[in-house]
Design a protein around this ligand. Structure first.
Ligand SMILES: [Zn+2]
Length: 72
């Protein structure tokens, strides 16, 4: 049994479709190649979109901090 930071029981494990990070909230809805996806951040959405467009190693600039933050 797991609890989120605010103490509520997590009923569903939703993960970012790009990086696999666990999403405690709804995440960011997106669509890649006609499929509904959920992402933790705008960065992951852009990256997955680029991948779907046939780019093997997308170069999406990371935010200043050097790591993409979770959206919400
Ligand atoms: Zn992600």
């Amino acid at each position: 049994m797991r609890f989120s930071d605010n103490g509520y029981y997590i009923e569903r494990y939703i993960k970012c479709d790009n990086c696999g990070v666990l999403l405690y909230e709804e995440g960011m809805k997106g669509e890649v190649a006609g499929e509904a996806k959920l992402f933790c951040s705008d960065w992951c959405q852009q990256w997955a979109t680029a991948r779907a467009a046939g780019i093997d190693e997308p170069r999406i600039p990371l935010p200043r901090e050097g790591i993409h933050k979770t959206g919400g």
